[in-house]
Design a protein around this ligand. Structure first.
Ligand code: PGA
Length: 256
């Protein structure tokens, strides 16, 4: 099964020089990396660096291994919407994937309806949505909260729509910037991945649901997620802008 390693750079690269440093060092690492498993790297930079990354991917070794993603997309396709970037503009910039519903954007006020509209915009424009879901804490009826979030996020979707998505299970309590964060374990996250697949199958009739894990994925725990059949890959935040850590995470995708 092909594994996705998705780099969510958030707002972290300082400037274009930092962007190039990450890409050059990842490229150098891949050139010497023999034991490949089927893998797809997706770099999701801030909008202002999309061109820089697209240009690098076209002329480097990463051409074979990496694709371009964005961190957000406008819900509508055109018109006056200051500060927004449309799906067709992303496609024209070489973008193939887009993160929707990240918990950091949900915390800024995006509710399930807003995420649903962005998910539909992504699909309408032929992008692959990376749909983030996850409970804020493990208090109370967290599994019901997760199901409700899935129901709202995917409202009015068909089984084909769901199959086109990558669904990132990202428990908010595990994301590295949450105070006191600790990563979920592969065994526990696999149960949540099972809940997600089961819910989407029963609610939307989707047979083929691709689930990633995200939340403090680091060199020391990446192999546990990447070699577990419950996951189609990982979504990496903080460690994805540290070239050595990111290379170690790629190395962890090799099943030994
Ligand atoms: P983290 O972020 O790897 O720094 O925990 C993951 C994410 O927020 O997508």
């Amino acid at each position: 099964m092909k594994k996705f390693i998705i780099a969510n750079w958030k707002m972290m690269p300082r400037d274009a020089a930092h962007v190039r440093e990450i890409l050059v060092r990842t490229d150098e690492f891949l050139q010497g990396f023999q034991e490949r498993t089927p893998m797809s790297l997706v770099f999701c930079p801030p909008f202002v660096f999309l061109d820089e990354v697209a240009g690098f991917l076209r002329q480097s070794h990463l051409l074979h291994d990496a694709e371009l993603g964005a961190q957000d997309v406008a819900a509508r396709d055109e018109g006056a919407a200051t500060g927004e970037v449309s799906g067709s503009q992303l496609v024209a910039s070489g973008v193939r994937y887009v993160i929707v519903g990240h918990s950091e954007r949900r915390a800024m006020g995006e509710d399930d309806d807003a995420v649903n509209a962005k998910l539909k915009a992504a699909l309408r424009n032929g992008l692959v949505p990376i749909v983030c879901v996850g409970e804020v804490s493990r208090d109370g009826e967290w599994e019901d909260m997760l199901r409700a979030q899935l129901r709202g996020t995917f409202r009015d979707s068909g089984s084909d729509d769901v199959s086109r998505c990558l669904i990132a299970y990202e428990p908010v309590w595990a994301i590295s910037t949450t105070p006191g964060a600790k990563p979920d374990t592969p065994a526990s996250a696999a149960q949540s991945a099972g809940l997600i697949r089961e819910f989407l199958r029963s609610e939307f009739g989707s047979g083929d649901v691709r689930v990633l894990y995200g939340g403090s994925v680091k060199p020391d725990n990446a192999a546990g997620f990447l070699t577990d059949e419950a996951f189609n890959g990982v979504l990496v935040g903080g460690a994805s802008v540290k070239p050595d850590d990111f290379a170690a995470i790629i190395r962890a995708s090799v099943i030994t």
